[in-house]
Design a binder for this molecule. Structure first.
Ligand code: FAD
Ligand code: NAD
Length: 465
């Protein structure tokens, strides 16, 4: 393979890397991107997209089961539904494939060269790519490292056999009859809900005192209630100790020290992800670290001139849209523009049932920063659209500065509220005050009216509660 030179080399074609490459290409920067996996990274291939496809398929099946059992909207009934899981997985793979091709096409259109292989630094400007057709050296003026993250493995539950990570969980032949999940965070609760709806008997083992500890208790309560109605068993304050006995049951230690065995066909370990800081020759570079992450400044510059790092590799939140925003920014910096990462809001959405959205500061976070706040919350029980959707659990909550009413944070929990993340983020990014949100005409009947009413309530004049 002939050696190459370029202005920008991007290592890793996940949402961070491919966005950086496309934007750089659009700006006329001669760009090469390297990955040994199809473009799209964790998110597109084994993360966001495939998990949301399976979550939606399980939702549809569950609704049919509810209708068959006479639990749907009165008057809506159905015969017993069937679930052909391998076909669902094929459908999911088809979506991933379409998006892989889409990203490949976008890179091509931006004149980015896509090199298949694993990259390894020789020095700060040169990498060697170990590809299928041999080794190739690429020398670049600037490099963006976007190698992402991998699942955390527990020493007492190494991956293999019935112990799997989220990657394998997305391509199982069938929903396991008994599924034990270790870790009740994002992936555990999202996939646990989906498998419960698909018919698995699910147990979630969570080390802290509640599931989804990242979100405040009010937001998580409707999700925990729904899991209970789905028959999911939740063990909090519990630690997995390994597999035990002939049947290789999951051994769990409760908070009081007592032990319990959980029979499981599959043990899915979802205790977090760690940045991928090895395997690409970090030892050849002089990078500062920030704990397990590569340290970067507000322009995603590492300690080495011309070497940038973005995405899951550089810290929380480990979310695809943060990686993309950093990728876009770095490309513009490399192209000579003046940019810094100064986002006011990075939304977080949990695709549970009901969904959770959080943007900006929670009431607790504002309090911890010593900010006096006004709060307004509006329940979906008083929202006409929620009633017509046959789901009125949850609420929207607005957190604003007490003195000038600047909106600091917005949270919601409710069926389908993920789509409200756009309105919430825009309000924060534009520096909206309570009066702006309350004074906007929101379409009727929509769940968005609950956002307006929450702002009105914070101002002391809600209309519908
Ligand atoms: P990655 O997407 O991890 O991409 C890194 C790429 O680098 C990979 O393709 C890898 O092959 C490549 N690479 C690594 N080393 C090398 C090397 N030496 N040479 C060449 N290439 C290399 N986030 C959300 O925002 N919303 C969600 O709904 C969501 N759902 C998720 C569901 C699951 C099951 C999982 C696991 C994650 C989910 N995430 C979600 C998180 C999201 O996937 C990550 O935040 C995102 O993919 C990070 O992007 P990245 O570009 O930093 O890295
Ligand atoms: P997570 O950090 O969301 O949750 C891990 C959970 O495991 C935590 O609740 C933690 O207390 C628990 N835990 C840790 N060690 C444990 C142990 N030994 N026994 C029992 N419980 C233990 O991690 P995740 O669910 O693996 O997801 C990884 C990352 O992927 C997330 O942090 C997020 O950044 C991203 N993600 C995002 C989405 C989304 O945006 N909707 C969806 C999935 C994943």
């Amino acid at each position: 393979m002939a050696d190459m030179t370029c202005q920008l080399l991007v290592i890793g074609a996940g949402p961070g890397g491919y966005v950086a490459a496309i934007r750089a290409g659009q700006l006329g920067v001669d760009t090469v991107i390297v990955d040994d996996r199809k473009p799209g990274g964790t998110c597109l291939n084994i993360g966001c997209i495939p998990s949301k496809a399976l979550i939606h398929a399980a939702d549809e099946y569950f609704l049919l089961r509810e209708a068959a059992g006479g639990r749907a909207i009165p008057g809506v009934t159905a015969g017993a539904p069937a679930l052909d899981w391998p076909r669902v997985v094929d459908w999911k793979d088809g979506i991933v494939n379409r998006l892989n091709n889409g990203v490949t096409g976008l890179l091509k259109r931006a004149r980015v060269k896509l090199v298949a292989g694993r990259a390894r630094f020789l020095d700060g400007k040169t990498v060697e790519v170990d590809g299928e057709t041999g080794n190739q050296r690429i020398t670049a003026e600037s490099v963006v490292i976007a190698t992402g993250s991998v699942p955390v493995e527990l020493p007492m539950l190494p991956f293999g056999g019935k112990v799997i990570s989220s990657e394998e969980a997305l391509s199982l032949d069938a929903p396991p009859a008994r599924l034990a999940l270790v870790g009740g965070g994002y992936i555990g609760v999202e996939l646990g809900t989906a498998f419960a709806k698909a018919g698995s008997a699910v147990t979630i083992v969570e080390a802290t005192d509640r599931i989804l500890p990242l979100y405040d208790a009010d937001l998580v309560r409707p999700v925990a209630a729904r899991l209970e109605t789905l028959g999911v068993e939740i063990l909090t304050g519990a630690k997995a100790k390994g597999l035990a006995g002939e049947d290789r049951d999951l051994l769990v230690e409760a908070v009081d020290g007592s032990e319990r065995r959980i029979g499981a066909d599959i043990v899915l370990v979802t205790v977090g992800r760690r940045p991928l800081t090895e395997g690409w020759g970090r030892e050849e570079l002089v990078l500062d670290m920030d704990g397990a992450f590569v340290r970067v400044d507000e322009q995603c510059r590492t300690a080495m001139r011309g070497v940038y790092a973005i995405g899951d590799l550089v810290g929380e939140p480990m979310l695809a849209h943060k990686a993309m925003a950093q990728g876009e920014m770095v490309a513009e910096i490399v192209a000579g523009e003046r940019r810094a990462f100064d986002k006011r809001a990075i939304p977080a959405v949990c695709f549970t049932d009901p969904e959770i959205v959080s943007v900006g500061l929670s009431p607790e976070a504002a309090k911890a920063q010593g900010i006096a706040v006004k709060l307004g919350s509006f329940p979906f029980q008083a929202n006409g659209r929620a009633m017509t959707l046959h789901r009125d659990d949850g609420f929207v909550r607005v957190v604003a500065r007490a003195d000038d009413h600047l909106v600091l944070g917005i949270q919601a929990v409710g069926a389908g509220v993920a789509e409200l993340a756009a309105a919430f983020s825009l309000a924060l990014e534009m520096g909206a005050c309570l009066e702006d949100v309350a004074g906007t005409v929101h379409a009727h009947p929509t769940q968005g009216e609950a956002f307006q009413e929450a702002a009105m309530r914070a101002l002391g004049h809600a209309l519908h509660v």
